[in-house]
Design a protein around this ligand. Sequence first.
Ligand code: 13P
Length: 250
Amino acid sequence: MRAKLVAANWKMNGSFSLLDKMLDVLRPNMGNTSCQVVICPPHVLLSSLNNAVEGTGIEVGAQNVHSELSGAFTGETSAILLKECGAQWCIVGHSERRMLFDESDEFIRSKTETLLNHGIRPILCVGESLEQRDSGTHEEVVVAQLRKGLSGLTAEDQSRCVVAYEPIWAIGTGKTATPEQANSMHTIIRKELESLASPEVAANIQILYGGSVNVENAESLLSQSEIDGALVGGASLKTDDFSQIVAAGL
Ligand code: 13P
């Protein structure tokens, strides 16, 4: 049985004070939920988050990493340092990184490998554009991203990854994939994982949905058989909304 996982992707938002407020709201409810909760704030907040979540069960995630471990990469952060800041998770392959920062599947794959080598679990994002969905190529696009993102990894390493299906047309648009659309893509992803890793590994990998998840739609999405959680953007910046989304993952 896969546990539900709800992760907050704050993107380039949030503050030290939002962190305090968010934890004040989440902390009292952590005892009542079996849902895993991960918060991925900007890097500069990671250490504070790590100190503040001690004993709560809330987990610490980063939003990005470089594939190299050190060197002349101004502005980048290594997996070693993320680990020192307490990161247990890191998002890779987000469509904003693919599009705005030109990240290739190869770069994403090497980041995934670096994270795994340093004990940080990757949340590998995949998802198609509206154009690709309209032209009917969405399934092959997502499968190709998945194959390239996980290529060359052992089944054991793949078992430590979480996949997030985030259709680009649903991100920040208020336009959510229907629970059926999401569930159907998750089924395809799991089937592909069966051949990439093994049926056993595929059965245990958590597949999250991301794209305009909010208080109104969380329950119907999270009740789908193949949807194991959510990667939440905008709504994860609102303390009460995020807490209610976590509650929907009970
Ligand atoms: P929104 O929830 O704001 O649509 O963002 C989704 C996302 O990109 C999470 O990684």
